[in-house]
Design a protein. Structure first.
Length: 312
């Protein structure tokens, strides 16, 4: 008989229909098929992003938004003085890091099937980028979103340093949780969720206060507050999808390729960041005059020094 040998790349990506054929470290709740070969080469991983696997849409739902945020950064660079104007330095850090976190996530999903060790390393980088994004949110909120009577207060002075400490602790906690995935999966999930939820709650303290003031004290409702509401809504949806694994948990195998929770939470995360960016830019425009007279001028050690240390 004449045996036809498939090219290697086709053999690699003929994904198994049953999850048990892949090592347990690669399993995802409710995802029964579409897994890539657990020892793919880097080239195989890149090529797999153009084939339909259970990671394909995960890759593209963060790779394409990366370039959207890069485009927004370039447009803003043409109208704002990021080099000579210290008032815009926290915004610059925020813009750079919202370009980083979706790119890191896209790379993690692309190359995570090279080996079990590579999978851990990829997601360590992903978690680190998320912690940096959380820190960048604290930079932006501390500089532009603080309630008026909190400006130059104790919380305002220590807001970013505590957020930087949170980035160290939460990166370590989320990375450590990966070592517990097989032996203690529930504890692993709790630790990882806490590592993401805690810095989010801390960073958004100024927003929670401003929103409560709008509802209870009839404070002024403006475009920025509306943007922050949308941001919080999509952040809540992101957290819900991350923890619930819906809808694939209700119908295992039905959403292996399109529509599972990780894809949906990628989309919600990007939309939340978009509305957050718009709200921050609104605060930069509207509150600039008042903040520049009362808020301390951002310095190099407190902005780029802190961000550089966290990145290191």
């Amino acid at each position: 008989m004449l045996t036809i040998k498939l090219p290697q790349i086709l053999r690699v990506h003929q994904v198994p229909r049953v999850v048990l054929l892949s090592p347990q470290i690669f399993w995802e709740d409710g995802i029964m098929s579409g897994y890539r070969h657990p020892k793919s080469s880097a080239l195989d991983c890149v090529l797999s992003s153009f084939q339909m696997t259970n990671e394909t849409i995960n890759i593209w739902t963060h790779f394409l938004p990366t370039w959207y945020f890069v485009w927004r950064f370039l447009v803003l660079s043409s109208s704002l003085d990021f080099c000579q104007e210290p008032f815009h330095w926290p915004l610059l850090i925020y813009l750079l890091l919202i370009c980083l976190y979706p790119f890191a996530s896209s790379c993690a999903h692309t190359f995570s099937s090279m080996s079990a060790r590579a999978r851990h390393i990829c997601y360590f980088c992903d978690y680190g980028a998320l912690s940096l994004y959380s820190l960048s949110s604290a930079f932006a909120y501390g500089a532009y979103a603080m309630p008026d009577h909190w400006v130059s207060g104790i919380l305002h002075r220590y807001f970013v340093p505590v957020a930087a400490l949170n980035s160290f602790v939460c990166t370590g906690l989320s990375c450590y949780s990966r070592f517990l995935e097989l032996e203690r999966p529930r504890l692993s999930k709790v630790l990882r969720t806490g590592a993401f939820v805690y810095p989010f709650l801390y960073d958004n303290i100024p927003l929670f206060y401003r929103l409560l003031s709008c509802f209870w004290n009839n404070s002024s409702w403006n475009e920025a507050v509306a943007g922050y509401c949308y941001h919080l809504l999509f952040a809540f949806l992101t957290g819900f999808l991350f923890t619930s694994h819906l809808p694939e948990r209700l119908a295992p195998g039905r959403f292996d390729y399109i529509g599972h929770s990780h894809q949906l939470f990628h989309v919600c995360a990007v939309l939340g960041t978009h509305f957050q960016l718009e709200a921050i830019l609104c605060d930069v425009r509207v509150r600039r005059a008042g903040l520049r007279g009362r808020s301390p001028t951002p310095g190099l050690p407190g902005t780029f020094g802190t961000a550089g240390l966290a990145l290191l």
